[in-house]
Each structure stands twice: as structure tokens, then as C-alpha cells.
Ligand binder design. Structure first.
Ligand SMILES: [Zn+2]
Length: 188
């Protein structure tokens, strides 16, 4: 399967969407990037098809598809702590309502993450600052470093980085050294 390793800035950009939480359970901190449409089902290997997920949801969902996974998640959720299902007389109807809610919630979160990743200012913010990060470094390390800055940038509307200082060169004048600005179009 032609899975390529995403650049670190792309991984951080995806992992820190949805406030850095898994888009499926909306509870655990995101740990991996998940393909919404699995690669096995010809899903694209681009950020448009990526969402933040926790390890458990990522493994649970695997290639079975989103709806089946949400159903299973909801089932496990309620089977764990509810005596109402499936033993009550209206257990199946009740479960059906829970499933509808769960689907709606996940769909809404997926839409939110998609809108977040579609935000060009946000994408630029990550790219401008972190495109140099090696894709082989530790994701948790960079996440701890980038996370707080990204949270701050979210509040401030993903400000552009300040322009680089103008390049100066030293020219020899008759009396000592003089700095003069280098024209921006001149190669270094
Ligand atoms: Zn999860």
C-alpha cells in the first residue's frame, strides 16, 4: 500500500485539530493521524482525508469503515455502564436513538475538523513555522513543543510570522565599514 510518511508539520497540523483530541471519541488525546476513508478503500493519502485519532479508535476502526466503528464504539460505551440496554423492552429502539446521536456527533466533529484543516491561515501558520521539522523525529516531543503555541495562535487568528529582517552587507568605505541594504531580488 502506497502509504507515505507525512511531513511533521502536516502531522502536527492534523493532530492538533479538534483541540488536540481524537475526533471519534472526542475524549482521548490524539495520538495518530487517521484516514477517514481508509487507504484500502482508495482513500486519499492527503491532509484532506486525515483526522486526529487516539490509538484505540484508530485500531478499533481499522478498515471497517466509519459507521461500523461508531456503532461499535456506542455499543461498548453503553454496554459498559448501562443496564437499560439491551434488556429493557424498548432496548433496541433506545439503542437506535443512541446510534443516531452518536453518528450525528461524529459527523459534526468530522465537519469541524475538515473546516479547521481547510483554514488556509491555519495551514500557513503550521507550514511557515514547522516545515523544516524532520519527519523522523518524535511526534510527542514536537507536539508538546508546538501544542501550546498552536493553542495560542488559535485564539489570535493564526498570525503571520514577522517578515525577516532586511539583509545587510558590509561595504568598505574610505573611512571604516558601512552597512548597506541588499536589494530583495539579489541572490545571496
Ligand atoms: Zn478515540
Amino acid at each position: 500500500m502506497g502509504r507515505k510518511k507525512q511531513a511533521m508539520w502536516v502531522r502536527l497540523m492534523v493532530l492538533l485539530a479538534n483541540m488536540g483530541r481524537c475526533v471519534y471519541c472526542d475524549y482521548a488525546e490524539s495520538q495518530v493521524i487517521d484516514h477517514v476513508i481508509p487507504l484500502a478503500a482508495n482513500g486519499a493519502d492527503s491532509w484532506r482525508n486525515l483526522v486526529p485519532a487516539c490509538q484505540a479508535c484508530n485500531l478499533g476502526k481499522s478498515d471497517k469503515g466509519l459507521l461500523a466503528w461508531v456503532a461499535q464504539l456506542t455499543y461498548l460505551d453503553h454496554a459498559r455502564d448501562s443496564a437499560a440496554w439491551p434488556h429493557a423492552p424498548k432496548g433496541l429502539t433506545w439503542m437506535r436513538v443512541q446510534l443516531d446521536h452518536a453518528f450525528d456527533e461524529v459527523e459534526a466533529r468530522l465537519g469541524g475538523v475538515k473546516a479547521e484543516l481547510d483554514d488556509e491561515a491555519r495551514r500557513d501558520w503550521f507550514f511557515d513555522r514547522y516545515w523544516r521539522l524532520s519527519k523522523n523525529d518524535s511526534v510527542p516531543f514536537w507536539r508538546a513543543y508546538v501544542g501550546p503555541k498552536a493553542a495560542e495562535a488559535r485564539i489570535n487568528g493564526y498570525p503571520k510570522p514577522p517578515p525577516p529582517p532586511p539583509r545587510m552587507r558590509i561595504t568598505r568605505a574610505r573611512l571604516g565599514q558601512v552597512f548597506e541594504p541588499v536589494p530583495p531580488d539579489e541572490a545571496s
